[in-house]
Design a protein around this ligand. Sequence first.
Ligand SMILES: Nc1ncnc2c1ncn2[C@@H]1O[C@H](COP(=O)(O)OP(=O)(O)O)[C@@H](O)[C@H]1O
Ligand SMILES: [Mg+2]
Length: 397
Amino acid sequence: MVKKVEVKNLTKIYGKRGPRVKELIEQGKSKAEILEETGATVGVNQANFEVNEGEIFVIMGLSGSGKSTLIRMINRLIEPTRGTILIDNQDLMGLDKKGLREVRRQKMSMIFQNFALFPNRTILENTAYGLEIKGITKAVREQKAHEALELVGLHGYDDQFPSQLSGGMQQRVGLARGLANDAEILLMDEAFSALDPLNRKDMQDELLDLQAKMHKTIIFISHDLNEALRIGDRIMIMKDGVVVQTGTPEDILTHPADDYVKRFIEDVDRTRVLTVANVMIRPNTVNIDKDGPRLALRRMQENEISSVYVVDSERKFVGFADAKDVIKLIQQGSRDLKSVVQTDVPITHPDVAVNDLMDQLSSTPIPFAVLDDERQLVGIIVRGAVLGAIAGNEVTQ
Ligand SMILES: Nc1ncnc2c1ncn2[C@@H]1O[C@H](COP(=O)(O)OP(=O)(O)O)[C@@H](O)[C@H]1O
Ligand SMILES: [Mg+2]
């Protein structure tokens, strides 16, 4: 994994600082204690984390926990009191104004919750705004803005005005504006928090679709664990300026670091009641007794998947076949699908509690095969669907 962003001991003190505050921070005193003794507000207290290239990293915490301060320090929109920020191994703190502007321009784009659209400008001009202030020529910026609008599903709206768009669509313009400048890192501060639940879910899906195509590095702030579970590859939880836990959604759900994290997951803690049957999805299968490699390949192509599950005429589980192997078989002129079936697949039962699968789920790249008492393949378990179900989505079959 390539480290894209690395943050070490990043600290922000608002108000009076002085050596005493520094001392108290080093002694590990809390935000409340430091405020009490010195009158200074700790925004962020010695945060340490890394964000990998292509990852969606969610920062979560209650209001006032330091999320906005932290994300704004990553591009030095807020000047850190102490600490190190490395972007692609380059130390941001060591840069002068010009160098900083250059890194921001090339690498980072910030998307806010309450961004303003200019009412008298078209959607295209609004989208191109960030490029305009960077001095990009009109033709280029309009081309890029147009492409970004297409990406977020606003085809045909270039020449409309903000008042002609719904709230959800306006938020898409904000996303398009953030995407238009091709930044490698997107910093999103509660970008979807103002949206109603349906629009919000749409935007989360949109972001995941975009991410599948664009592989950005995304730091996404949310105060909502459901949102974090849906979109985060990893989640970092903050309290009173301090990082309390960083981990995969499964880590957070199954091993909450303390009571604060536990309280977050109480609302979504359906893992204890959810069973495999609740979260499994329907697998694409071929019948080893009558289907050959060509049908297996067609099934994969039709469903845009790279492997297919193999059962026998009684639907009893046999294994799975990989597209690469099936293609090779076809090229060799062989019809013997059996010869490429892989049987080393993790297996579970519909009645098993999802909680008991969690640890293995995040470490197993292949979906679990769900077999009933007769060893018939009744479903498969994919990670995204499980996290979606925990976050309260309907599991679509
Ligand atoms: N400009 C500022 N001046 C003084 N204190 C601030 C300022 N901005 C934020 N804070 C304080 O820093 C802490 C963290 O705030 P913030 O980063 O906005 O948290 P969050 O985004 O998690 O709600 C809070 O106690 C807040 O009151
Ligand atoms: Mg905030």
